[in-house]
Design a binder for this molecule. Structure first.
Ligand code: NAG
Length: 300
């Protein structure tokens, strides 16, 4: 999307603001998988429960499986409950992410949650990453304060022009700040609408202990389970740039959503102290000059 906006487009955007941005709420009870999603690959590695509310993605030696939303969104709240592959899941990665492209486009924006499997009894890690115009390399890795294979937990993303926050069970685990919400920059995804994806695949060349632990295919199929997808966001409509962020409409665009609340800050401080095991902003070997977004404070 272009950055310069002509007065005519601005006017149009203002006129359409009233009618723009219907919120799509897709709670597990009212929505069928097929209303919101398409399978991207391996239809036969996807299953639902009888009532359609719980979804299973499986990986075996042949292939994994993935799905994506039919719609694109720009700004809002995106949430899903996941229960990850139990037992020996070394080398198995389950991903839940947002991306502006359906493939690995060279200019894509992307927000990732990746769940890195492990040997039985060893801790799962979550890895998050942010891509802007095809450039990622902004990994953080966290341990969790629970076993994510035992039960469903929610994994959510809040996205507005001020920040992107990754949540686990409503606890902020990563805050990715924007510098000046009105000015485009080279690190904060805000122009391109994104689809939501999930997939399971094999990555035993890097995922578990840096690739030392290989997938034990005798344990296949590896299954990740999903339910209660929910989106409270602006659904993108072509051809006009819809989903213009303003301070007067949706809750995710309002002042209270521009920063963490005091209690969220407390939790976030605890997470940073106790559960972060990798932060690219602290990796001076990899980034002798730290990327500029690393200077931004999440505490404002
Ligand atoms: C897997 O377990 C090992 C040993 O406890 C740990 O060092 C590692 O961080 C865990 N996770 C991954 C994804 O390697």
């Amino acid at each position: 999307m272009g950055v310069r906006v002509s007065p005519m487009v601005l006017l149009l955007a203002m006129v359409t603001l009233m009618a723009c941005c219907p919120t799509l709420e897709a709670d597990g009870s009212s929505s069928l998988f097929a209303d919101n999603f398409d399978i991207m690959w391996s239809e036969d590695h996807f299953k639902t429960s009888e009532d359609g509310k719980v979804w299973y993605l499986s990986l075996d030696k042949e292939t994994g499986c993935g799905f994506q939303t039919k719609q694109k969104f720009r700004f809002g709240w995106f949430s899903m409950k996941l229960k990850l592959v139990a037992g020996d899941s070394a080398g198995v990665v389950t991903a839940y992410y947002m991306c502006s492209d359906t493939g690995a486009g060279p200019k894509r924006d992307e927000l990732d949650f990746e769940f890195l499997g492990n040997r039985t009894g060893e801790p799962y890690l979550i890895q998050t990453n942010v891509y802007k115009d095809g450039v990622g390399g902004r990994e953080m890795r966290h341990m969790l304060w629970f076993d994510p294979t035992e039960d469903f937990h929610s994994y959510s993303i809040l996205w507005n022009t001020h920040h992107i926050v990754f949540f686990v069970d409503r606890v902020a685990v990563r805050v990715y700040q924007n510098a000046n919400a009105d000015k485009p920059n080279d690190f904060f995804p805000s122009e391109k609408p994104m689809y939501i994806f999930s997939s399971i695949w094999n990555a035993d060349d890097w995922a578990t202990r840096g690739g030392l632990e290989k997938t034990d295919w005798k344990k296949a199929p590896f299954v990740s389970t999903y339910k209660e997808f929910s989106v409270d966001a602006c659904q993108w409509e072509d051809p006009y740039p819809s989903c213009v962020s303003t301070t007067t409409q949706n809750w995710w665009d309002q002042y209270d959503s521009w920063h963490l609340s005091d209690s969220q800050k407390k939790d976030y401080a605890w997470i940073l102290r106790n559960l972060v095991i990798y932060d690219y902003c602290k990796d001076a070997e990899r980034y002798p000059t730290l990327p500029s977004e690393c200077d931004l404070s999440p505490w404002e």
